[in-house]
Write a protein that binds this ligand. Structure first.
Ligand code: OFO
Length: 171
């Protein structure tokens, strides 16, 4: 059984994961309008991935006798000045999500909820991967600078990049 405190913290995370999904969906749309087909494909996949992260929390809360809640969401930014700005926003957002996962781990230890602590390890591993991937992409974009040809090649390359998932989200 989840404590009230643990349950409410997990429900807050559902909202954060759902907002992440919306943020990346807005990025997918913006990239599509810029003609950045590969980048847009990457963002659509990232948005789907975040929805899976959300659902994993959802199922876990209900499985442990709690009530997973659907909440209102903050509206994401819809415009990004440049592809570099967009990936910087993504990177900062993932760093923020890592912090929120760490806070949850902290609460699980304080509540002596070792099942939830164990459950959260999947997210801890996932965040290491996501931050690393975002950092690598950002480094590439910085190298390209204002080179249009470089941007074209980058957009083509990112089509091959699979959005990270360290372990199957169904696990
Ligand atoms: Fe991008 O991360 Fe969810 O958890």
């Amino acid at each position: 059984m989840l404590s009230e405190r643990m349950q409410s913290a997990l429900n807050k995370q559902i909202r954060i994961e759902a907002e992440s999904s919306q943020i990346y969906l807005a990025m997918a749309s913006w990239a599509e309008l810029q003609g950045l087909e590969g980048t847009s494909k990457f963002m659509y996949a990232a948005s789907d991935e975040e929805r899976m992260h959300m659902l994993k929390f959802f199922k876990y809360i209900n499985e442990r006798g709690g009530h997973a809640l659907v909440s209102e969401l903050d509206a994401p930014a819809l415009e990004f000045g440049s592809i570099k700005d967009m990936f910087e926003t993504l990177f900062k957002h993932e760093v923020y999500v890592s912090q929120t996962i760490n806070d949850l781990v902290h609460i699980s230890l304080e509540e002596k909820d070792y099942a939830t602590h164990n459950f959260l390890q999947w997210y801890v591993a996932e965040q290491i991967e996501e931050e690393a991937q975002a950092r690598t992409i950002l480094d590439k974009i910085k190298l390209i600078g204002d080179d249009k040809g470089g941007l074209y090649l980058f957009d083509n390359d990112i089509k091959q990049v699979t959005v990270v998932s360290s372990v199957s989200p169904q696990a």
